[in-house]
Design a protein around this ligand. Structure first.
Ligand code: FRU
Length: 541
C-alpha cells in the first residue's frame, strides 16, 4: 500500500498535534491547580454589599461583609495608610483567619481591598505587624518602590471553630512573612509561608500558641526587632529577637510579666509636662492586648522598665497596635472595639475598630501616664457645628440641645458639677458624674435594660451578659471642672477624659429613634462651661 507523502505529513501533523496537546496539558496541570481559587479568595463577592445599612458605623472601620477582629500590619507608605485586619471571609463569626486589607489617605476614609493573606496548608493567618523595608533588607525590592513586609503568626489548631480546613496532625504556631513589591496591591508568601521564626518549643509554651509578632526598625541599633508573646501557657513570657535581613532572627532577650497577654507593641512616645506642653523628651512604652503598659527604656535588645505596670483599657477594647513608618512624628493606635454585636441587628458585617487616636505620655510626679486623643483628621467629617453659649445652667443648655439630633457626633464638653451628681443623656445611654467618688460612670442603654431584669434572671442568663457593666472613669473633676471629649457613632461611644489620660470605649448600638442629647434636671447648680457638638457625615461613599 502506497502511502503518499501528503498523507504521511497529514498523519504526522495529527500525531504531533495530539502529542503537543498532551504535553501541554501535562505542563498545565500544576499551573491549573495553582490557579484553582482558594475558597477564602472571595472579596469580589463583597462588592454587591454597600455601606448603607441603618446600623452601619459612620466613621468606625467595619468590613463591607463578615467578621473582623484585631487590626494588623498597620503602616504608612507613600501617601497611603494600610490597615490589615483579622477577618473571616466566610461568615460573621470568628474563624478562617485571613488578613483583610483596606487603604486610606487620612485614616478616616477607607477603601477595602482584596484580602491580603489567605489561609494555606492547614493553618490560618493570625495577627502580626507590617513594615516598610526601607533599606531592602529582604532583597526583593522592585525598582524604587519599597517592599511592604508583613510578619504574621501561622496558627494550626484542632478546634472546630478555627475554620473549614482539614484538621492538622501537628498543632503549634510559628511566624511567617508575606511581602508586597507593588505598594500592597498583591502579596507573596516568603518561602511559600515556611517559618521565619520557628516555634520556640514546648518547654517555653506547652500549648505552642506563641503569636502576634511586633516588627519594627530600631534606628539606634540599625536592626529589625521582633517582639513575640510566647503563648497561653508561657506564664507571661515575651521574647525579643533582632535581624539584619528580616529572614534570620537572633535571640536578644526574654521578659516575663504576670500581666502579659497577646498582641505586644513597643513605641517611642513624646513626653508632655503636667501643663500639657511637649517636653522634648521621649520614653519607650511597652503594652499588650489589654493595654497594660510599662514605661522605660529600650536598648535594642531588652526593655528596661522604669515604672510599675498601669492599665489604659476601660470598656470594650482589645489587641491594638500602632502605625509603623508614620509620616509625621505622631504615634497613632487603633484597637478592636470588642462586642460590636451587629449580628443582633442582622447586619452583613460583624465587629468594628476604634477610631484612630494619637498616643503620648504626660509626666505626673515621677510617673508617666499614657494619653490617647482622636486624630485631627476627624474634622474632615464635620458637617453642622453647634456651639452653646459659655457658662450656662443645665436648663439653658437643654433648651439649646432640643433641636439637635444626629447619629454621629464629636462632642467637647466641660462642666462644673458643683460637688453634685450630673447626668448627661446621649442617644439613650448616660454619662453620670458621681460626686461621691469623683468618677464618671457610663451606662449604655442596652445594659440599663438588662439591669432592670437582672434580679429575675437565672445564673445561665446572667452569664450571657457577663461582659456588660457600668464602666467608670476615675479622677473626673480636676479643680472642680470635668473635661470630656465624646465620639458617638451608631455602634459605639468613645469618651476621652481630661486630655485622654483615661479613655472609655464602649460598643453599643443605639436605637434609631434615640437621637437626643440632654442633661437631667437633678443638679440645677451645675455650670456647663463649654459644649460644642459637631455632627459627622459618613466616611463611606
Ligand atoms: C487577639 C487574638 C490574637 C490572635 C488573633 C486571632 O484578639 O486572639 O492573639 O492572633 O486574635 O484572631
Amino acid at each position: 500500500m502506497a502511502i503518499s507523502m501528503n498523507s504521511i505529513s497529514r498523519h504526522t501533523s495529527r500525531w504531533s498535534c495530539l502529542l503537543i496537546a498532551f504535553s501541554c496539558t501535562l505542563l498545565l496541570v500544576p499551573f491549573l491547580t495553582a490557579l484553582e481559587k482558594s475558597p477564602f479568595d472571595n472579596y469580589s463577592s463583597y462588592l454587591g454589599t454597600n455601606y448603607d445599612q441603618e446600623y452601619r458605623p459612620k466613621f468606625h472601620f467595619t468590613s463591607r461583609k463578615n467578621w473582623i477582629n484585631d487590626p494588623n500590619g498597620l503602616l504608612y507608605y507613600d501617601g497611603e495608610y494600610h490597615l490589615f485586619f483579622q477577618h473571616n471571609p466566610l461568615g460573621t463569626g470568628w474563624g478562617n483567619m485571613t488578613w483583610g486589607h483596606a487603604i486610606s489617605t487620612d485614616m478616616v476614609h477607607w477603601q477595602q481591598m482584596e484580602h491580603a493573606i489567605l489561609p494555606y496548608g492547614n493553618g490560618y493567618v493570625f495577627s502580626g505587624t507590617g513594615v516598610v523595608d526601607h533599606n531592602n533588607s529582604l532583597g526583593v525590592q522592585k525598582g524604587d518602590t519599597k517592599t511592604l513586609v508583613l510578619l504574621y503568626s501561622y496558627a494550626v489548631d484542632i478546634r472546630k471553630n478555627f475554620g473549614i480546613l482539614p484538621p492538622p496532625a501537628e498543632t503549634c504556631y510559628y511566624q511567617g512573612i508575606a511581602y508586597s513589591t507593588d505598594k500592597g496591591r498583591t502579596f507573596t508568601l516568603l518561602n511559600d509561608g515556611a517559618p521565619v521564626i520557628p516555634n520556640q518549643g514546648k518547654t517555653v509554651d506547652p500549648k505552642g500558641t506563641e503569636r502576634d509578632p511586633k516588627l519594627f526598625w530600631h534606628e539606634e541599633s540599625k536592626k529589625w526587632i521582633t517582639i513575640l508573646w510566647l503563648g497561653e501557657t508561657s506564664k507571661g513570657k515575651v521574647r525579643f529577637f533582632t535581624s539584619d535581613n528580616l529572614r534570620d532572627w537572633a535571640f536578644a532577650s526574654d521578659m516575663q510579666r504576670p500581666w502579659a497577654h497577646e498582641c505586644f507593641d513597643l513605641v517611642h512616645l513624646d513626653v508632655y509636662d503636667d501643663k500639657g506642653k511637649k517636653s522634648g523628651n521621649k520614653k519607650w512604652l511597652i503594652y499588650d492586648g489589654n493595654l497594660d503598659y510599662e514605661v522605660g527604656n529600650f536598648d535594642g535588645k531588652a526593655f528596661h522598665s522604669q515604672q510599675k505596670v498601669r492599665n489604659h483599657k476601660i470598656g470594650h477594647w482589645n489587641a491594638a497596635q500602632t502605625f509603623n513608618n508614620s509620616p509625621d512624628d505622631r504615634t497613632v493606635i487603633m484597637g478592636w472595639l470588642v462586642q460590636g454585636c451587629f449580628y443582633r441587628k442582622r447586619m452583613p458585617f460583624a465587629e468594628q475598630l476604634s477610631f484612630p487616636t494619637t498616643m503620648h505620655l504626660r509626666k505626673q510626679g515621677a510617673d508617666h501616664l499614657l494619653c490617647r486623643w482622636p486624630v485631627d483628621e476627624i474634622k474632615s467629617l464635620y458637617t453642622k457645628t453647634h456651639t452653646l453659649p459659655k457658662n450656662i445652667k443645665v436648663e439653658k443648655a437643654n433648651q439649646n440641645l432640643k433641636d439637635i439630633s444626629a447619629d454621629a457626633m464629636d462632642i467637647t464638653l466641660s462642666f462644673e458639677p458643683k460637688a453634685k451628681d450630673l447626668v448627661f443623656h446621649m442617644r439613650g445611654s448616660t454619662l453620670t458624674y458621681q460626686a461621691k467618688d469623683n468618677k464618671l460612670s457610663f451606662l449604655s442603654a442596652s445594659y440599663a435594660q438588662i439591669q432592670k431584669r437582672l434580679a429575675e434572671m437565672n445564673e445561665k442568663e446572667r452569664k450571657r451578659h457577663r461582659g456588660k457593666k457600668n464602666f467608670l472613669l476615675p479622677d473626673a473633676a480636676i479643680d472642680g471642672v470635668v473635661n470630656v471629649r465624646i465620639l458617638i457613632d451608631r455602634g459605639s461611644f468613645e469618651i476621652f477624659l481630661n486630655g485622654g489620660v483615661s479613655v472609655l470605649t464602649q460598643s453599643e448600638i443605639s436605637e434609631l429613634d434615640q437621637l437626643s442629647l440632654f442633661f437631667s434636671h437633678n443638679n440645677t447648680n451645675a455650670i456647663i462651661n463649654e459644649l460644642i457638638i459637631h455632627e459627622l457625615e459618613s466616611s463611606w461613599k
